[in-house]
Ligand binder design. Sequence first.
Ligand SMILES: NC(=O)C1=CN([C@@H]2O[C@H](COP(=O)(O)OP(=O)(O)OC[C@H]3O[C@@H](n4cnc5c(N)ncnc54)[C@H](O)[C@@H]3O)[C@@H](O)[C@H]2O)[C@@H](O)CC1
Ligand SMILES: [K+]
Length: 502
Amino acid sequence: MTPLLLRSQIHALELAHAALPLMQRAGAAIAAYVRQIALPGSRLLVLAGPGNNGGDALVAASLLHHDYVLNVVMFGDPQRLPDQAAQACRDWQASGGELHTALPVLGDTPGYALVLDGLFGIGLARPLQGGAAALVQQVNALGVPVLALDVPSGLCADTGAVLGVAIQARYTLTFLAHKPGLYTHDGPDHAGRVQLARLDVPGPDVADLVAGDAGVAGYGHLLDAPGELHALKRRLNSNKGNHGRVAVIGGAGGMMGAALLAARAALLCGAGRVYAGLLDAQAYGLDYLYPELMLRDPLPLTEVDAADCVVLGPGLGQGDLALYLLEAALRLPAPLVLDADALNLMACTPTCAEQSCARSAATIITPHPGEAARLLACSVAEVQQDRIGSAIRLAQQYAAITVLKGCGSVIATPAGHWWINRSGNPGLASAGMGDVLAGIIAALLVQGLQPQQSVLTAVHLHGAAADGLVASGIGPLGLTASEVGLQARRILNLWLARADAS
Ligand SMILES: NC(=O)C1=CN([C@@H]2O[C@H](COP(=O)(O)OP(=O)(O)OC[C@H]3O[C@@H](n4cnc5c(N)ncnc54)[C@H](O)[C@@H]3O)[C@@H](O)[C@H]2O)[C@@H](O)CC1
Ligand SMILES: [K+]
C-alpha cells in the first residue's frame, strides 16, 4: 500500500536528505511532466509564491524557457525568498526571464495552454486572503488546465481542507511522497489526477526512510488494493456452517429497507447464514426478493446470541427497545458493527463508551461526518477539518475500528493506524449505501478475515463496486445501494479468482 505522509513527516524527510538537490529535481520533474501535457511553443502561466514551492516553479520555468512562451507571476517579495528559491529566481532572471506582479493582460495574443501553480505547497500556514486569494480566484476563472505543484495552493496537505480558497487543478505533481490531503475531503475535487515524483530519494520505500532515518512514525496508507483474501478461499468440502452467521438488528417502523439492505449485502458477500431481527411489528416474515434471509423478531436474542457478528443500527430508530438492544449488543462476546441510529444512541448515552472499551471482541463503528460530530460532541465542520484526527479520536474513545465515511473514507484503529480509501465516487452519496457497507464488513468477518482486514477490504470493495458500476454507465446519478451490493459480490469473486491464479 502507498504511504501517506503528513507535512511534518515530509519536512523530516527533506531534512534527512538536505544534501540532495531536491528543488532542482522537482523542477526537472515538473518540466518533464509539462512536456507531456502541453505542446511546445504554447504559452504557460507560471505562478511562483514566496517559499520553496515558488522555487520549484522557477526552476521549471528556466528549464522550459526555450521551448514555451512563459509568463511568470511572482507573488511576494523576491528579495525575501528562502535561499534555494532565491537562487532559482536569479537563474530565471539571468536567463532573460521577466517577473510579473499580477496576471498579464494578454489582449489578442493566444491564451494560456497551462498554468503551473507554485504559489503554496506544504508550507501553507493560514487561510488565503487578500492578494493571494484574489490571484487564486482569477486563475480558477481563466478556465485553463492547471498543474498544481506538490499540492493545489490553498489546500491543506494534511487534511484536504480548503483554507479560504484553493486552486482547482486538473493535474497535481506531488513530491517525495503522497499527502493525505490529496485524497480526502475537498482534496480529490481540487487535485485532479495525482502523480508522484519521488525525486530519486534513495531507498526502497520513502516510508522506511521516514521511520528509519528521520525517526518519524505514524504515517498512514492509501487503501488502493484489496489486501490478503486467502481466508475467504473455500474448501471443496464445506457447508454453510463453515461460512459464518451474521445477525442484523434494525428495521424499525418505516425503515425496514435499511436492515434488509445490510442483511442482503451480507448474504451476497458470502455469509453462510444471515438473520435480520426487525423491530417493526408490521414487518413481513419473508424477504420476497431474498427468501434466503431469516427474518425474526429482535427479541428474544436467541439467533443474535449465536451470531458470529452482529450488525446493529440500520433503521434501528432511537426508542427504548433500540437502546435496550444496543446495551445488550455491547455485552455480546461477538464482533459488533455499529452504524446509523446505534451511533446516534451511543452519542447521547455516555455509558456506551465505557461499555465499548470493556468489550473483548472487535467493535467496528462506521459513522458519516454527522454521526461522527455527534459522537465527538463537535460540529460537522470540525470533523471535516481534520478527518484523520477525528477518526483516530473516535477509534480511541470507543476502542473501535472506525470508518469515517465520505469522500476519501478514513479508517482508523485505536492504536492510531490510519488509511484513506481511494475507491468510490459520488454515486455512493445516496440512501442505503452505509447499510450495504455494514453488511459487507460483517460478511467478510464471519468468513474468517481478521476485523481490521475485513474493514479495509469491505471499504475498498464497496467503493470499487460503485466505480465498476459507474464505468459501465450505471451512475453516479441514480446508483442504488442494491446495485452496489450485487456488484460487490461480482468484484469480490473476481478478486478471489485473481488471488487464486497468482
Ligand atoms: N524543502 C525541500 O527540501 C523541498 C521543498 N520542496 C517544495 O517546497 C515546498 C515547501 O516549501 P516551503 O516550506 O517554503 O513552503 P511554501 O512554499 O509552501 O510556502 C511557504 C511560504 O508561504 C507563506 N505563506 C504560508 N501561508 C500563506 C498564506 N495563507 N498567505 C500568504 N502567504 C503564506 C509563508 O510565510 C512562506 O513564505 C513544497 O511544497 C515543495 O513544493 C521541493 O522543492 C522538494 C524539496
Ligand atoms: K502549489
